[in-house]
Design a protein around this ligand. Structure first.
Ligand SMILES: Nc1ncnc2c1ncn2[C@@H]1O[C@H](COP(=O)(O)OP(=O)(O)OP(=O)(O)O)[C@@H](O)[C@H]1O
Ligand SMILES: O=P(O)(O)OC[C@H]1O[C@](O)(CO)[C@@H](O)[C@@H]1O
Ligand SMILES: [Mg+2]
Length: 488
């Protein structure tokens, strides 16, 4: 097989020498022949024309793996995001829309603002509409007209000015609405479920042969989207969580045998809890969905709490909402889903608080004073902090540049610090989780000094699973070879 040949049309995978793999994103030219292109008007923009090498070289790609060995294959790459010399739209031809879906997250309004302003100021696009209330707004609501004046101050507010929802994704109704309204750029801001929905919209648009760009901007406060370095709003959430942990610590310290329990978000992944714990230093124990724990007996949570209270006179426990769900379902067996099909969780914070109280009441020798703080929705509803605001601006501008350059069916995000266009399937095929056999979790364990709750057999099993996952990601060759693709 020659270098730079497309080896998998469905996924647009290109291989090169030395094990180089480009997981490219779709482009109009893949399915609509002979579309006219235009010079990018940014070259005449005084702000940009002075920038040396402002336009991204067509061949620039970003490597997924930065730690390499002498004999490592070059591995997976993604197309570098940024402005291109040629654009596939004229300014007055563009009719863009923006939709926000799923749970709230700090920074949503900043991304909306920067898409509107980016389109307007960089590309002279005047026609931008907001879709009201998530996916179902495409076919059930009127649109909201957006311009730089309307969005000027929205980054200072939490939430999303467009509204959001779960459920209601109907691919053909959504694409009918896009077609009927004459929309040709669709910016979709949302988490894993939203990006799955965006992928279906893109496939249907391609099937209908429409010149409509579908650009995803990944959003999830839980930071559980794979491939990208982190998701917007996460930094703000970790910072905001400090306030709750601080309050729990003050309460716990002020009374004999004080215990502060703080529940943080994280349905399937404990990133917020882990980073908030590492940042705070006041936390004695952090429990996350990825790390099973048990309450009773040697090495269990109760034993650790007793020991800590004896040593320090107080204890702060941070628990991610998805932690210990298997223990809860034993006592409260209900299986419910939200409108998007996400499992509805039981309140682990209340449950664990009650269990701790019951344990010490039974023990009789130690009277405890427990305060439970649930700041989850307060954390989610705040405006984004400075670093997330800058990050949101880059995401929005990268998405705009990609759509203008005729790319479609992509999600944008930083990979090892470089903004990239990533195909939808890479974002949706799995969730990002805390790897408890990795260094970061070890750092947390040594910072809190809490038990790992794992036997040596558990550690071996986990290590095996985690290695397998990492190898699959790093040595994409295996995956490609399974598809019948050979390497040079
Ligand atoms: N597999 C899927 N196919 C098509 N649409 C989907 C799919 N999963 C979810 N969606 C749609 O995407 C939207 C948001 O999904 P969901 O409620 O799961 O939130 P999310 O995007 O994962 O964000 P988060 O979990 O961070 O709050 C909903 O309108 C839902 O109908
Ligand atoms: O209560 P809602 O709005 O469904 O959102 C809750 C969920 O959204 C998230 O913030 C993001 O998926 C989860 O951590 C949380 O469980
Ligand atoms: Mg989700």
């Amino acid at each position: 097989m020659g270098s730079n040949s497309v080896i998998d049309q469905k996924h647009k995978v290109v291989v090169g020498e030395g094990g180089y793999v480009l997981e490219d994103v779709p482009h109009f030219s893949d399915y609509i022949p002979d579309l006219p292109t235009h010079s990018n008007q940014l070259q005449d923009n005084p702000a940009y024309s002075v920038v040396k090498q402002y336009f991204v070289n067509e061949d620039d790609t970003v490597t997924q793996k930065i730690v390499v060995h002498k004999k490592s294959p070059k591995g997976i790459h993604f197309r570098r995001a940024g402005p291109r010399q040629k654009v596939w739209f004229e300014s007055d031809e563009v009719h863009a829309c923006i939709v926000t879906c799923g749970g709230l997250c700090p920074g949503l309004n900043t991304v909306i603002r920067e898409i509107v302003c980016g389109l307007h100021y960089m590309y002279g696009v005047k026609k931008v509409e907001g879709i009201d209330g998530g996916y179902r707004g495409f076919y059930a609501r009127n649109t909201i007209s957006l311009n730089p004046k309307i969005v000027n101050d929205i980054h200072k507010r939490g939430g999303t000015i467009l509204g959001t929802s779960r459920g209601g994704h109907d691919t053909s109704k959504i694409v009918d609405s896009i077609q009927d309204r004459g929309i040709n750029q669709v910016y979709i801001i949302g988490g894993d479920g939203t990006q799955r929905g965006a992928s279906l919209i893109f496939e249907e648009i391609k099937r209908r042969g429409l010149k409509v760009s579908v650009a995803g901007i990944p959003k999830t406060i839980d930071n559980d989207i794979p491939v990208i370095d982190r998701s917007f709003g996460f930094d703000t959430a970790v910072e905001e969580a400090q306030r709750a942990i601080n309050a729990a610590h003050v309460e716990a310290c002020s009374i004999e045998n004080g215990i502060g329990v703080v529940k943080l978000m994280g349905r399937y992944s404990g990133f917020i809890a882990m980073y908030a714990t590492l940042a705070s230093r006041d936390v004695d124990c952090c429990l996350i969905p990825e790390s099973p724990f048990y309450l009773e007996g040697p090495g269990g949570l109760f034993e650790y709490i007793e020991k800590r209270l004896k040593e320090n006179g107080h204890l702060v426990l941070v628990i991610a909402e998805g932690a210990g769900q298997e223990l809860l379902s034993e006592s409260i067996p209900t299986e419910k889903e939200d409108a998007s099909g996400n499992k509805l969780l039981k309140d682990v914070g209340l449950w664990i608080s009650q269990k701790i109280k019951d344990h010490f009441a039974k023990l009789k020798k130690m009277a405890i004073n427990l305060k439970y703080i649930d700041p989850t929705y307060m954390i989610r509803a705040v405006p984004s902090n400075a670093s997330d605001n800058v990050y949101c601006t880059l995401l929005a501008q990268s998405a705009v540049h990609g759509a203008m350059a005729g790319y479609t069916g992509f999600t944008v995000g930083p990979v090892n610090g470089r903004h990239s266009y990533i195909p939808f399937y890479r974002i949706t095929e799995r969730q990002n989780n805390v790897v408890i056999t990795d260094r970061m979790w070890a750092r947390l364990l040594s910072s809190t000094n809490q038990p790992s709750f794992l036997s040596s057999k558990d550690v071996e099993d986990r290590r095996g699973q985690d290695c397998q996952a990492t190898d699959e990601e790093i040595f994409s060759e295996d995956i490609l070879v399974n598809k019948g693709i050979s390497f040079m």
